[in-house]
Design a protein. Structure first.
Length: 511
């Protein structure tokens, strides 16, 4: 087993490590969409009711979103490599349980376990990149690859989910995770060398863990419930109130305790705060779009699951190109805001094209170019966002800073699905009500109303992406990444978390 590396010396195995970190990230983001395609078949096979089927998705989202900050802190405390490997093996075991499920309860329990181990795995993966890649140009390339996978992996999940469901069966959407996880875990064990002195060995902030977990679970569940029960439902409102109270209590607690779960310095630095906020908003728009385009292609256009998955390929290609060819090449030459802001605006332009959706819209003439613009814009913006979220952070805070990136994405995804779906449903109902009297073909009216609802919600997504661009331009004021580094004093702000060395070389963004 390799020994730990000195943080000031580039790890010779860092590019090999990136392969296994990227593989693990791909597995996690694939799982976010691959199960959606298999859900109708699994529901029928296990006899899950319509009312309970959402829990196959919600159980994962609640555990993943609620435990992310805790998972990030565990990575800082326990070691990122160890946390990464445990997360991978646990995710594989939970996937095996889900694939072998013979009852609704077993399937839902396995999904919650997947979410819990994913909350260990995701921040450990990102923080390993943050502490292993210290050269600005190398860091840009590494985060370009990571950003492309984070952005495009969900769409790949639609393709893979379609193939597995159509040609094998729904259980393989779970079993497929096992080889991913085992290869990544073995590779990580052999090649990853975590820099010495990058841990935060402060005592665990139990009140912070409880308040943040319950607060995030309440927030995610509130938005999830709003989608089915409505925004005025008593439990929905109660969840939102509880979330505000719990998260406010969490902020107060973090300001007072000696060793906080989430040091407020991670959030209050304007560049990182801008990244978390703008990225969360962009994900709101993107998750809603995945949902609408999937329904449009399958229900309105009559595409099969496999054909639907392939229909998302232009977006994947755009994201990979934006991340690796535009973002990674320009990141060391221009300030991040000049990649993120324009990137979100290009994505908004693609989204704007989709507001023109009609029943007879051409895939090649409208949907394909819109997806290319969306992919290019989001890929270009994702790459510097992923890097900037941990760039310049104290190494002992890398895990929790990484967890905040994943938290903003996870919460953004839950909000986007619920918020935009609710807007679309309301617009659809209003359309049917106003056009029912003169409708000669009820089925045609139903499809027209559905597409009108999608178009109405996509207008909101355009506005959200423009807001994300405005935040990126306004809050993110750092200059282009420099090749230099700054020396941070041992134990700075973490009360003895890195006492064993005198100083640490930390890469920073040049102002």
């Amino acid at each position: 087993m390799p020994k730990s590396a000195d943080i000031s010396v580039p790890d010779p195995s860092r590019w090999k490590a990136l392969v296994f970190i990227a593989l693990a990230q791909l597995m996690v983001v694939l799982d976010a969409t691959i199960v959606n395609i298999a859900l109708p078949t699994a529901q029928q096979d296990l006899g899950i009711s319509d009312a309970n089927r959402q829990w196959v998705i919600t159980a994962y989202a609640l555990a993943f979103g609620g435990l992310l900050l805790f998972g990030g802190r565990i990575a800082d405390l326990w070691g990122r490599k160890r946390t990464f490997i445990v997360g991978l093996l646990g995710f594989a075991a939970a996937s095996a349980l889900g694939g072998a499920a013979t009852s609704e309860a077993l399937l839902l329990g396995s999904r919650a376990l997947q979410g819990a181990f994913g909350a260990l795995l995701a921040p450990a993966a990102l923080s390993l990149l943050a502490v292993m890649f210290t050269d600005a140009k190398e860091r840009a390339k590494a985060f370009g690859i990571y950003g492309a996978i984070a952005g495009g992996g969900g769409a790949v999940g639609l393709i893979l989910g379609g193939f597995l469901t159509e040609y094998l069966n729904w259980r393989w959407t779970f079993f497929v995770n096992i080889p991913f996880a085992i290869v990544a875990a073995v590779g990580a064990y052999l090649v990853i060398r975590e820099p010495e002195g990058a841990r935060n060995r402060s005592s665990l902030d139990i009140p912070g863990v409880v308040l943040s977990t319950l607060g995030l679970v309440a927030l995610v569940y509130g938005f999830t419930r709003a989608e089915s029960a409505g925004w005025s439902d008593g439990l929905t409102v109660g969840m939102f109130v509880a979330s505000v109270v719990l998260l406010a209590g969490f902020v107060v607690t973090e300001a007072k305790v000696k060793s906080p779960l989430l040091p407020l310095r991670v959030l209050t630095e304007r560049n990182r705060g801008g990244v978390y906020l703008s990225l969360g908003l962009a994900i709101i728009a993107m998750f809603g779009l995945f949902l609408f385009l999937t329904f449009y292609l399958q229900v309105v256009k009559g595409y099969s699951p496999v054909r639907t998955g392939f229909a998302f390929l232009p977006m994947i290609a755009g994201m990979i190109t934006g991340s690796t060819q535009i973002g990674a090449r320009l990141m060391t030459r221009v300030p991040p805001r000049l990649l993120m802001g324009p990137g979100f605006l290009v994505a908004a332009t693609g989204m704007l094209m989709l507001t023109q959706l009609e029943i007879g819209s051409s895939y090649a003439g409208l949907i394909l170019p819109a997806q290319v613009l969306l992919g290019l814009g989001m890929g270009t913006a994702f790459m510097p966002a992923m890097s900037l979220a941990t760039h310049g952070v104290n190494p002992a805070d890398a895990g929790v800073a990484s967890a905040m990136v994943n938290t903003s994405q996870q919460v953004g995804g839950a909000i986007g699905t619920a918020l935009l779906n609710t807007i679309a449903a309301s617009a659809t109902t209003a359309y049917v009500t106003s056009h029912a009297a003169g409708a000669a073909n009820p089925k045609l009216l139903e499809l027209q109303a559905m597409v009108h609802g999608f178009s109405s919600a996509i207008w909101w997504a355009v506005g959200i992406l423009v807001a994300a661009a405005a935040i990126a331009f306004t809050l993110i004021n750092t200059g282009r990444p420099g090749a230099g580094s700054v020396t941070a004093a041992s134990g700075e702000g973490i009360e003895g978390g890195i006492d064993e060395i005198d100083e640490i070389k930390v890469p920073v963004v040049a102002h």
